[in-house]
Ligand binder design. Structure first.
Ligand code: ZN
Length: 409
């Protein structure tokens, strides 16, 4: 599957910083030590609806990760998936009387448009679940043959007890896991499972649903967690630097994915850090398809809002915070964008050397984008009030905001 076009990332004077970021598994800030090629996997969308601000906030966080790495002279190997077959997608297509493949293609195309407009750097590989099925089947067979998976009425389940490290990503107790499993696509109450938490690896073909050849597994379709594992192992291998996503993916998705991969390879860890973005709310509740309280990136774009203002609205909130989307958030972002554009439109201004270092320092410390924005605000304020004589300064600020924050002034 093709991704979307990359916007150019300008090089900046001076040197970048090592990224320190919050790792869910340890609960601590960790300073990552990627090799020359930093490896990032971020879970992609299930394309049954348009990209909402919660998604955009998550992808914004991992876009910043890449920008810190690129500024620090690392290459970035970024992989993202598209869950282009899953229950919610099939249910939506059924509800609307639409072919599920048409729905998936349309929403994936819109996602690419949104990501391009927001200047999110594209993954090197953008991979669909359906195209990954030939890679997934042998992994499920291997888990079953190793005793890490078992069959139940034709379906195949992963045995969470096969991984000694199960539970280490989310750090939750069994009861919390059971509740979240029921809430987030699991089936803890299905009779016959060895452990209520065991997730499905392969779902046997059901009437009226699409299915694929699963070799010795029989016809069916893959579970969600093994999909990401197959893609991550294929392109990144074990021990990649960051597994990323929204905080609602820590359990079960990232917990299960780590255990699948660890049981498959006998190696640990699947990812060296697990990084999770907070949730965006609207009208007091987390934006979610089930509640219908969504603000879509595409709707806001089509209303004439500059995508750079949407990006600034996201950047105004720390990626780990849960926050509320309001009209005022966007009004403030648009005003900030105007102020910054006016400040860099002059040929000279106050020196920008300290500002570049402030942005770098803020982002390298757990992606503190609000602090980075505050630093640019201070420079813009100085430009407004006193100006300056440094001839290259506005250009440097413009390039720094572009390279480190993904905002074109
Ligand atoms: Zn995933």
């Amino acid at each position: 599957m093709h991704a979307w076009p990359a916007s150019e990332v300008p090089a900046l004077p001076g040197t970048g910083r090592d990224l320190t970021i919050h790792d869910t598994a340890t609960g601590e800030l960790v300073t990552l030590e990627p090799g020359p090629v930093a490896r990032l996997y971020v879970c992609g969308i299930t394309p049954y609806d348009a990209t909402h601000m919660g998604h955009a906030a998550t992808y914004n966080a991992f876009d910043l990760v890449q920008r810190v790495w690129l500024d620090n002279k690392r290459q970035v190997h970024y992989v993202q998936n598209v869950t282009d077959v899953d229950d919610p997608l099939l249910e939506r297509a059924e509800r609307d009387g639409e072919d599920w493949t048409v729905l998936a293609e349309r929403e994936t195309a819109l996602f690419r448009e949104d990501m391009t407009a927001l200047r999110m750097l594209p993954p090197r590989q953008y991979i669909g679940a359906v195209e990954s099925i030939p890679k997934i089947v042998p992994l499920v067979e291997r888990l079953r043959d190793n005793g890490a998976a078992y069959e139940l009425e034709g379906d195949v389940y992963f045995s969470v007890e096969s991984d000694a490290h199960f539970g280490e990503v989310s750090g939750l107790d069994a009861e919390a896991m059971r509740l979240l499993s029921a809430e987030r696509g699991g089936d803890p109450d299905r009779p016959g499972k060895k452990n209520p938490l065991d997730p499905m690896l392969w779902s046997a073909a059901r009437a009226g649903e699409p299915s694929w050849d699963g070799g010795s597994l029989g016809r069916g379709r893959p579970g969600w967690h093994i999909e990401c594992v197959a893609i991550a192992l294929e392109y990144l291998g074990m021990g990649f630097d960051i597994q990323g996503g929204g905080s609602d993916l820590a359990f079960p998705h990232h917990e299960m994915g780590a255990s699948h991969a660890q049981a498959l390879t006998g190696e640990h860890p699947f990812a060296r850090s697990y990084v999770h973005a907070g949730m965006v709310a609207l009208n007091g509740a987390k934006m979610s398809k089930s509640k219908g309280n969504l603000v879509f990136v595409s709707t806001v774009r089509r209303s004439g809002v500059d995508p750079a203002a949407i990006r600034l609205a996201l950047l105004a909130h720390h990626y780990r915070a849960d926050w509320e989307w309001t009209d005022q958030v966007l009004v403030d972002a648009a005003a900030r964008l105007d102020r910054w554009r006016a400040a860099v439109s002059r040929p000279d201004g106050p020196s920008a050397d300290a500002l570049v270092e402030e942005i770098r320092t803020a982002l390298a410390h757990d992606l503190d984008s609000p602090a980075a924005l505050a630093a640019v605000d201070r420079w813009a304020g100085l430009q407004e009030s006193a100006g300056g004589t440094d001839e290259g300064a506005p250009g440097v600020v413009s390039r720094a905001v572009d390279a480190l924050l993904g905002v074109a002034l």
